[in-house]
Write a protein that binds this ligand. Structure first.
Ligand code: ATP
Length: 289
């Protein structure tokens, strides 16, 4: 048995560059992992089956679960005869824009690599992950990276300067597919620049990181759910140095330098929102199991 952590991510930028012939959107985004993680136990068994068990009742445990799909793919690719039992202790909010399912899948790939002594490279594991979902390769690397293409081409970059992250998730589930469907690229006035963010990270300039935060999907989710915009405005009004929606939402996060201020913002938000978290960035920690 092996226990692995599957951390959530936040988007520091999310730029949609265009629509591809295969129907996917071409994106460019800077993502970083945070210290809010699912715990996953992976065990090899004598039975041939794959069994997934999840602490959150409404998360599917069959082939719709990305961790299950990762186990199937590893079993087929490497001719694993044993069965695989996966127990997910879910701490990342589901359908929140924090990449929980994709991170679980990457964690299962890494865990099986270790359990079976496969010694796969990050690139090999990322290529497998890309077959499960566009965000899985990022989680194989973890830390801070630019993701391009559908999200599967990963370039590690400098982590943000140390700071606190306050997350708030309104009680909504947002479908990423719906948000992309509603996105009108010609109606977007200004697109976030990944280059400016990478430059701010390289210079470890916290103010510039906050200034360069940008997510092209915000306007879409904000118009579908105005309370998400309100939450972001509250974060800034309460003193956050930067705030942004992550992924397709609805989670909004704030970046805050000082712990005392982050705690004050967290407490203030709790008056409006039940799901509020105060966590650290994982920076450039490469989370090997
Ligand atoms: P996406 O951007 O892909 O929508 P997300 O980060 O917003 O991802 P997830 O927590 O990954 O959201 O969940 C999205 C959907 O994926 C859920 O509705 C859930 O039914 C399904 N899902 C599949 N596997 C998992 C998993 N291991 N953990 C959570 N949800 C999962």
């Amino acid at each position: 048995m092996i226990m692995v952590k599957a951390p959530a991510k936040i988007n520091l930028t999310l730029d949609v560059i265009g629509k591809r012939d295969d129907g996917y959107h071409e994106v460019e985004m800077v993502m970083t992992t945070i210290d809010l993680a699912d715990r996953i136990d992976v065990t090899l068994t004598d039975q041939p089956d794959i069994v997934v068990d999840c602490s959150t009742a409404y998360v599917p445990t069959d082939e719709r679960n990305l961790a299950y799909r990762a186990a199937v793919l590893m079993k087929e690719t490497y001719g694993i005869r044993q069965g695989i039992t996966i127990r997910i202790d879910k701490r990342i909010p589901v359908a929140a824009g924090l990449g929980g399912g994709s991170s679980d899948a990457a964690a299962v790939i890494r865990a099986l690599d270790t359990l079976l002594g496969l010694n796969l490279s990050h690139d090999e594991m990322a290529a497998l992950g890309a077959r499960i979902g566009s965000d899985v390769p990022f989680f194989v690397y973890g830390g801070t990276a630019v993701a391009r293409g559908r999200g599967e081409r990963i370039e590690p970059v400098s982590p943000p300067p140390p700071c606190w992250v306050v997350l708030a998730k309104p009680p909504l589930a947002v479908s990423t597919a719906d948000v992309y469907r509603a996105l009108r690229l010609d109606a977007i006035a200004q697109s976030p620049t990944t280059a400016a963010m990478v430059d701010a990270l390289n210079r470890q300039d916290f103010a510039a990181v906050c200034r360069s935060l940008g997510n092209m999907l915000e306007t879409v989710t904000f118009s579908l759910h105005p309370e998400v915009r309100k939450l972001k405005e509250r974060m800034l009004a309460f003193g956050a140095e930067g705030a942004l929606m992550s992924g397709s939402g609805p989670t909004v996060f704030a970046l805050v330098r000082q712990f005392s201020r982050a705690r004050r913002i967290t407490n203030a938000l709790r008056g409006f929102c039940r799901d509020v978290y105060l966590v650290r960035l994982l920076g450039d920690a490469r989370h090997r199991p």
